[in-house]
Design a protein around this ligand. Structure first.
Ligand SMILES: C[S@@+](CC[C@H](N)C(=O)[O-])C[C@H]1O[C@@H](n2cnc3c(N)ncnc32)[C@H](O)[C@@H]1O
Length: 200
């Protein structure tokens, strides 16, 4: 048993025991709407900390080349089982910080509750690694938790913090609250959709 969220065992235990209060159980409605609205296809998409991988099929169905990673083998096992043989190979056990992806391997990084699962001291490292993996002009988008840091994970962002963390390499394109009723109780009223553009 470990209480260290930087250790995959912390997450393995929770998946094995079904203690996953962050898990939406499906594609977040805000993402589903946005995927339908997007006109682009064939983007190289990375989903870091994909958990049970609910969004993998949605990105694939929208025509994108999706790679999903999680360093918890228990999460990946569950994601693969849910996705079936065709999409299972899209999900890999890998550490976001150390997996040997080539620089600028992706056009788009999508995340949900990944940053807030990391200790705040490592948030600048998350931003730098994301910038490294995205091509210039690429997109970082997803769901972010604004709230308290005590007793994390989840560790909440202060309202000004996203700019401080991502502002070096990214330009904020959009920040919108997730519509009422669409967030899980854990995040209700404190969940935001953010889109950032990787500067050249
Ligand atoms: C709060 S869960 C979110 C899972 C999923 N994104 C979701 O929305 O249900 C955070 C996930 O990040 C994974 N994770 C944490 N640190 C990681 C790392 N360095 N590399 C890869 N995955 C990591 C954990 O194993 C866990 O599955």
């Amino acid at each position: 048993m470990t209480e260290d969220p930087t250790n995959p065992g912390f997450w393995d235990e929770r998946y094995a025991e079904g203690r996953t209060p962050w898990d939406q159980g499906g594609v977040p409605p805000e993402l589903a709407r946005r995927l339908v609205a997007r006109k682009d296809r064939g983007r190289r998409v990375l989903i870091p900390g994909c958990g049970q991988g609910h969004e993998v099929a949605a990105f694939a169905a929208a025509g994108h080349d999706v790679t999903a990673i999680d360093f918890s083998a228990a999460a990946v096992e569950r994601a693969r089982a849910r996705l079936g043989t065709l999409l299972a190979p899209r999900v890999q056990v890998a550490d976001f910080f150390t997996h040997p992806f080539a620089p600028a391997s992706f056009d788009l990084v999508y995340e949900r509750t990944f940053l807030c699962a990391q200790e705040p001291a490592s948030w600048p490292r998350v931003a730098r690694r994301t910038a490294e993996l995205l091509r210039p002009g690429g997109a970082l988008l997803g769901f972010y938790f604004l709230g308290a840091k005590e007793d994390g994970p989840p560790y909440g962002l202060d309202p000004e913090e996203p700019g401080a963390i991502f502002g070096n390499d990214f330009t904020l394109v959009e920040s919108s609250p997730v519509p009422a009723g669409e967030s899980l109780p854990l995040f209700a009223g404190r969940e935001f959709w953010h889109e950032w553009r990787r500067r050249a």
